[in-house]
Ligand binder design. Structure first.
Ligand code: NAI
Length: 347
């Protein structure tokens, strides 16, 4: 085999089979907030993704260490660390996907809205740089409150003249991940056989927004189907809505979800990369500009493609319980959206 390998000068059999430049296009991913609780495991997971050829890790401090560490992993992407605002442009230049987990996390007793002032300012300055250095990148917004930070990003991009609603995403994947896990756990008892083995194939759409009651899991559309009682559906809905708080309380002052969020963020970024690369039928729930309801932004299933959002899918058939939940969430979601828009235009 040594002889065969050396018959193609300069190209090892690994790079030919695995990630030779012909097999997947060059893609640069930037993580902003890469030294944080979410940022570090998310950077690790993006380093494992064969669709990434360049990984830029940016934070206000600490990224040289994270980048050196992650760069030793023997996967495709080249890793570079950028620390401090003067290096932000370099981190962003040429990025296809920018993932933003920068900001402060919740502590017990805080709501996502309590984070507003600090995180809104951080998101605004990062998005100003995105508009300047990589205006065509797909932006994956993780920083909370997502219900407000996504509208802030939209306003910043509009002012810069770079806004493209197809390229801005609020990452709500963690709600979907939780809904799937909790549903599978509950449904297992109600379905004969091997439901647990099917866990990766469990699907639950989650719509609305990304805080408390604005998170609306549609368990009536969950697959595989299970015969759950109204009480069980109600309990699952509440647990999904309060999933973040469950982790905040268990961490008792040491932050919010980081590992499950990194997983969810990596799933969503992977879907964006697949869409960019022309893989058909890539569908994930996300908080995007939307006509699905009268609200300007709304989370629902989205088909991803070469330009980002290819199609925002509708809600499908809702049960009375879900219809009630939808009407109940609208005022709160609208006020969070308006709060974001107001902040962006006032500051
Ligand atoms: P963390 O405090 O551990 O990390 C945040 C990182 O952001 C730190 O390394 C910090 O230096 C960095 N940072 C602060 N200002 C920055 C700036 N201007 N530019 C670049 N980086 C900056 O917090 P954690 O736990 O990683 O959470 C990050 C954010 O993600 C929070 O806003 C949190 O609420 C949100 N989150 C969102 C979830 C979702 O489902 N969308 C779930 C969990 C958390």
């Amino acid at each position: 085999s040594i002889v065969r390998r050396s018959s193609v000068p300069g190209v090892s059999s690994v790079s030919r089979r695995g990630f030779a430049s012909g097999s997947a296009p060059e893609r640069k991913v930037a993580v902003l907030g890469a030294a944080g609780g979410i940022g570090q495991p998310l950077s690790l997971l993006m380093k494992l993704n064969p669709l990434v050829s360049r990984l830029a890790l940016y934070d206000i401090a600490g990224t040289p260490g994270v980048a050196a560490d992650v760069s030793h992993i023997n996967t495709r992407s080249e890793v570079a660390g950028f620390a401090g605002e003067e290096q932000l442009g370099q981190a962003l230049e040429g990025a296809d996907v920018v993932i933003i987990p920068a900001g402060v996390p919740r502590k017990p007793g805080m709501t996502r809205d309590d984070l507003f002032n600090i995180n809104a300012g951080i998101v605004k300055s990062l998005c100003t740089a995105i508009a300047k250095y990589c205006p065509h990148a797909l932006v994956n917004m993780i920083s909370n409150p997502v219900n407000s930070t996504v509208p802030i990003a939209a306003e910043v991009f509009k002012k810069a003249g770079t806004y493209d609603e197809k390229r801005l995403f609020g990452v709500t994947t963690l709600d979907v991940v939780r809904a799937k896990t909790f549903y599978a756990g509950k449904a297992r008892a109600n379905v004969a056989g091997t439901f647990l083995c099917l866990l990766p194939e469990v699907n639950v759409p989650v719509v609305g927004g990304h805080a408390g009651i604005t998170i609306l899991p549609l368990f009536s559309q969950a697959t595989p189907t299970a015969n759950l009682s109204d009480e069980e559906i109600e309990a699952l809905t509440k647990r999904t809505q309060d999933g973040g708080t469950e982790v905040v309380e268990a961490k008792a002052g040491k932050g919010s979800a980081t590992l499950s969020m990194a997983y969810a963020g990596a799933i969503f970024a992977d879907a964006c990369l697949k869409g960019l690369n022309g893989v058909p039928d890539v569908v994930e729930c996300s908080f995007v500009q939307s006509n699905v309801t009268e609200l300007p932004f709304f989370a629902s299933k989205v088909r991803l493609g070469k330009n980002g959002v290819e199609e925002v899918l509708g809600l499908g058939q809702l049960t009375d319980y879900e219809k009630k939940g939808l009407e109940a969430l609208k005022p709160e979601l609208l006020s969070s959206i308006e709060k974001g828009i107001k902040f962006a235009n006032a500051n």
